[in-house]
Design a protein around this ligand. Structure first.
Ligand code: FAD
Ligand code: NAI
Length: 465
């Protein structure tokens, strides 16, 4: 079988790229080793985690937040089985939706492990061992990423779990220790804390959410602390022993020193993800790799003509929307058009309560680059809608170039931050200034007014502060 394009891996990068290529008139095939499309994100990542985050947030709210609003209800009862049914139904609806889109766009679907045997040639080994050879003018590698293991802490997905096992627990653990205060640790740690677990987070660095604006991370840590999550920063886990009773972890100060033992019923290892290229045949065809990642140029081309790569398997943040936009761009480039991703404007969201949302540069980035900047901040305590909603935790921070006033970064901690961030994304995509943002009319009363006020605060003229 011969195609214009074969995409290996149908996560957000691969399936979106395949659809865009089909829209542009290409004859497209996809190869996927799972039984369903959607990759990590739809099957075991973004989507199931958000289903549990939503359900557990409402459970928590019903238990603690209703009384102050004058709603008297008996203490909510957890039906974890049903919560997991909700999660699975959400996943099924999403992956079935992608299968429908594949058919709609007449994309050939090959299920099995893909390997590149030569430029333009892919062999697909199905679960039953049947091998199909297919060919194309272009191949896109979109094989994503996998959990980074921690030496000495063997994942069994029961007592010591990765994000995958943490989305499947059959009961609420009495105590969960999370290793790594990154996005997965804080999101899934929040889920189990809300459902009743004591959650303790051990982090190697002296801060949570490395890479995000430090002030934002600090304030967010304080909020999570108020919710009952505990943190042990500057610490590394060096070993784990499991028994029927639970897990004993050996923890040492990151800088060295005396070890201590921490007990947990369940341990979540969340120290990052690494690119996945196992069995793909990249060595055979000579595709260049660097620290596990497939090396590409600005047009997603590898060093081997006709082979491209996108998503978690290449450089940049491991985010679904980054992979999707690269999928669109690579399809357009292969079709001879001008595909493009603006890496300066990729938002990042932590879907906890409150949410953390960020786009562009942090203060630390700007200091390191020697850029003179102005800061405007506005707290949700001064926002009317936030008060009405009892959602006053957090603030908005706008960073603008001190000379040109161009917005360089926006950071939000607050309820709904993940939706609010997009006005900043669009503004920055168009090269807008803090003045532009501050002069745009925002509906009253909305949480988004805090974004406008933070933009005005860049020029020290916030109204409600
Ligand atoms: P993937 O989604 O990993 O897909 C790769 C696909 O390739 C897989 O289906 C795999 O089976 C297939 N494959 C691999 N090798 C082969 C082969 N040889 N042959 C055939 N098929 C192959 N990101 C966000 O932006 N927002 C979130 O809220 C979010 N939440 C997350 C929560 C969790 C718990 C996790 C683990 C991740 C989360 N992410 C989130 C990250 C997001 O899932 C990834 O960035 C995204 O899935 C990357 O897309 P991708 O297409 O590059 O790869
Ligand atoms: P991460 O890179 O976000 O965080 C890992 C954390 O573990 C870091 O704080 C790091 O300093 C720490 N760490 C590393 N080694 C350690 C050790 N030995 N001991 C203690 N701490 C250690 O990785 P995470 O949370 O596993 O997520 C993986 C990827 O998935 C991320 O790149 C993220 O972008 C993506 N993701 C995105 C989500 C979102 O957009 N909402 C949700 C979940 C995942």
């Amino acid at each position: 079988m011969s195609y214009d394009l074969i995409v290996i891996g149908t996560g957000p990068g691969g399936y979106v790229g395949a659809i865009r290529a089909a829209q542009l008139g290409m004859k497209v095939a996809v190869v996927e080793k799972r039984k369903t499309h959607g990759g990590t994100c739809l099957n075991i990542g973004c989507i199931p985690s958000k289903a549990l985050l939503h359900a557990s947030e409402l459970f928590d709210e019903a238990g603690h937040g209703f009384q102050a609003l004058g709603i008297e209800v008996p203490a909510p009862q957890l039906n974890l089985k049903q919560m997991m049914v909700h999660k699975q139904e959400t996943v099924d609806a999403n992956v079935n939706g992608v299968a429908f889109l594949m058919k709609k766009h007449k994309i050939d679907q090959h299920f099995g492990r893909g390997a590149i045997t030569a430029p333009g040639k892919v062999s697909v080994t199905a679960e039953d061992g049947k091998v199909t050879e297919i060919e194309a003018k272009a191949i896109v590698i979109a094989t994503g990423s996998e959990v980074t293991p921690l030496p000495g802490v063997a994942i069994d997905e029961k007592q010591i779990v990765s994000s995958e096992g943490a989305l499947e627990l059959g009961k609420v653990p009495s105590k969960m220790v999370v290793i790594g205060a990154g996005v997965i640790g804080l999101e899934l740690g929040s889920v189990w804390r809300r459902l009743g677990a004591e959650v303790h987070v051990v982090e190697y660095l002296d801060r949570i959410l490395p890479g995000m604006d430090a002030e934002v991370a600090k304030q967010f840590q304080r909020i999570l602390g108020k919710q009952g999550m505990t943190f042990q920063l500057g610490s590394k886990v060096t070993g784990a022993k499991t028994s029927k009773k639970g897990v004993s972890l050996t923890v040492e100060p990151a800088a060295g020193g005396e070890a201590q033992t921490i007990e947990a019923e369940v341990v979540l290892v969340a120290i990052g993800r690494r690119p996945y290229t196992e069995g793909l045949g990249l060595e055979t065809v000579g595709v260049a790799m660097e620290r596990g990642r497939v090396v590409i140029d600005d047009h997603f081309k590898t060093n081997v003509p006709g082979i491209y790569a996108i998503g978690d398997v290449v450089r940049g943040p491991m985010l679904a929307h980054k992979a999707e936009d690269e999928g669109i761009a690579v399809a357009e480039i292969i079709a001879g058009k001008a595909g493009h991703v603006n890496y300066d404007c990729i938002p990042g969201v932590v879907y906890t309560y409150p949410e953390v949302a960020t786009v562009g540069k942090s203060e630390e980035d700007l200091k390191a680059a020697g850029v003179a900047y102005s800061v405007g901040k506005f707290p949700f305590t001064a926002n009317g809608r936030a008060r009405a909603n009892r959602a006053t935790d957090g603030f908005v921070k706008v960073l603008a170039d001190a000379t040109t006033d161009k917005v360089l970064g926006v950071h939000i901690v607050g309820a709904g931050a993940g939706e609010m961030i997009h006005e900043a994304v669009v503004l920055m995509e168009f090269g807008g200034s803090a003045e532009d943002l501050g002069r745009s009319t925002h509906a009253h009363p909305t949480m988004s007014e805090a974004v406008k006020e933070a933009a005005l605060a860049v020029d020290k003229r916030a109204i409600h502060m």
